[in-house]
Ligand binder design. Structure first.
Ligand code: EPU
Length: 422
């Protein structure tokens, strides 16, 4: 397995460019199954989860091709409606093929995703929404089997105890785009990636009203056509690069980052004492001498994103004072706490809240990534820590960041990819 060897402390400064959004690209690529026509998706980042999704589309019988930053899903028919365990177990977003296959082919068999390092992550809302559209759903031998010769529009409420769901909204909306009649999704997710998926569907000929609001009204059409569509920049990658600058007393400009998707994250950086300047070209963060403590809680958009919780914790680990971070989306998403403490941080967990007492310095240490964003947080902390850190199991980081070590090296990091026994 690969690891990152990181020498700190460094100052992250200079200009870099935002990649295309992973979490937009994944459901949009699955959405290409709604048509037999060619779709060209632009600005798709080249990273492990995307390669997994492309492999899944190929297993379902479609031909895909990468042309630079674009992915071409060639015209053709699906030859299988099964998403096997081997793929779904490595990437939960594989569940996004369920709605498109069901709506277009009348059937889908998708391995039931298990738990993962950030929590239980149920799929009840996906199934509730598709059942409301008239699908017959069976769960047998570890697979979800959904069938319906023709889906029928209806009105449904689609949130659970943690609020709305991004991929459940995508799945149901994609299925509803080809259903008979009108579907109203109440309490739809409004994350920028869901809005992006809506715009992609409209480019395919779908009829959707209320885009960007919690009530989506989808009038089904008999067929969708191919399109060319460009995905939005990755707000979490941009936020992570800004966190690297904030943690190291640096100054970075992320070209192409969209500040309208990062409102509350930029606000938290500001409250922590950073100077943030946004323009249509991108976002610049200039770190202050000292990091100030900030309290925040993660919530569905436009609340603070859970995917930026760990990286901001790394920044606040050496604030002058105590920060309180509450995780409301994935209450167990705190495995990075013990690893940050190995680097000299002083963080205590009280149920779903982390009490982060700022320390004057972090120290390099061997640590282990447990999920994608936890891994990113350890990299951010290691850049600021004194001495050498070995961040292990960076295959998690590779799932969601395109050439992270190259981008950081260009900004002044001393980071190398090494082979590791673990
Ligand atoms: N939930 C349910 N039932 C469901 C689905 C979700 O109770 O059927 C709950 C979840 O347990 C969680 C909350 O609803 O408490 C929100 O989960 P959501 O469904 O929105 O998550 P997701 O759609 O599976 C996407 C991102 C995640 C990101 C979450 C929250 C993709 C591919 N994944 O997951 O990204 O954390 O939204 O914003 O879009 C990451 O990139 O590191 C990552 C984990």
């Amino acid at each position: 397995m690969d690891a990152f060897s990181i020498e700190g402390p460094v100052r992250i400064s200079g200009e870099t460019a935002a990649a295309g959004s992973k979490n937009s690209s994944l459901p949009i690529l699955a959405g290409c199954l709604l048509t037999d026509d060619e779709c060209i998706i632009e600005n798709v980042p080249d990273l492990r989860d995307i390669r997994t999704m492309l492999r899944l589309l190929e297993m379902l019988g479609r031909t895909v091709e990468r042309r630079g930053g674009d992915v071409v899903v060639h015209a053709g028919r699906v030859t299988s409606t099964e998403a096997p365990y081997e793929l779904v177990s490595t990437m939960r977003a594989s569940i996004s093929v369920l709605g498109p296959l069901l709506a277009k082919e009348g059937e889908a068999r998708v391995s039931f995703p298990g738990g993962c390092a950030i929590g239980a992550r149920p799929i009840d809302l996906h199934l509730k929404g598709l059942a409301a559209l008239g699908a017959e759903i069976e769960i047998t031998h570890g697979y979800v089997h959904a069938r319906s010769p023709r889906l029928k529009g209806t009105t449904m409420y689609l949130a659970g105890s943690a609020g709305s769901s991004v991929l459940a909204t995508d799945n149901v909306m994609m299925a509803a785009a080809l259903a008979d009649g009108v579907t109203v999704i109440q309490s739809a997710a409004i994350e920028p990636e869901v809005v992006d998926a809506c715009h992609f569907l409209v480019a395919m000929g779908a009829k959707i009203e209320g885009i960007g609001t919690t009530t989506l009204t989808i009038t089904g059409v008999p067929r969708l056509h191919g399109c060319r569509y460009r995905v939005i920049p990755d707000r979490i990658e941009a936020g992570t690069l800004l966190a690297a600058a904030a943690c190291t007393g640096g100054d970075v400009f992320v070209r192409g980052a969209d500040s309208s998707h990062l409102g509350i994250v930029l606000d938290v950086f500001g409250r922590a004492g950073m100077t943030v300047t946004s323009s249509p070209e991108g976002i610049r963060l200039q770190a202050a001498g000292n990091v100030r403590p900030v309290d925040f809680e993660t919530l569905p958009y436009p609340g603070y994103p859970t995917d930026m919780q760990a990286q901001m914790m790394a920044v606040l680990a050496h604030a002058q004072g105590t920060s309180v971070i509450t995780e409301k989306i994935y209450p167990e998403r705190f495995i990075h706490v013990a690893e940050l403490n190995r680097m000299g941080a002083d963080i205590k967990l009280e149920e779903h809240t982390a009490i982060v007492r700022g320390v004057s310095r972090l120290e390099g240490a061997p640590v282990m990534a447990s999920d994608l964003r936890a891994g990113a947080a350890l990299v951010v902390a290691a850049l600021a820590a004194e001495g050498t850190s070995l961040v292990r199991r960076i295959y998690h980081v590779d799932r969601g960041y395109e050439r992270l070590e190259d981008k950081l090296t260009a900004l002044g990091a001393r980071i190398t990819r090494v082979r590791d026994q673990q």
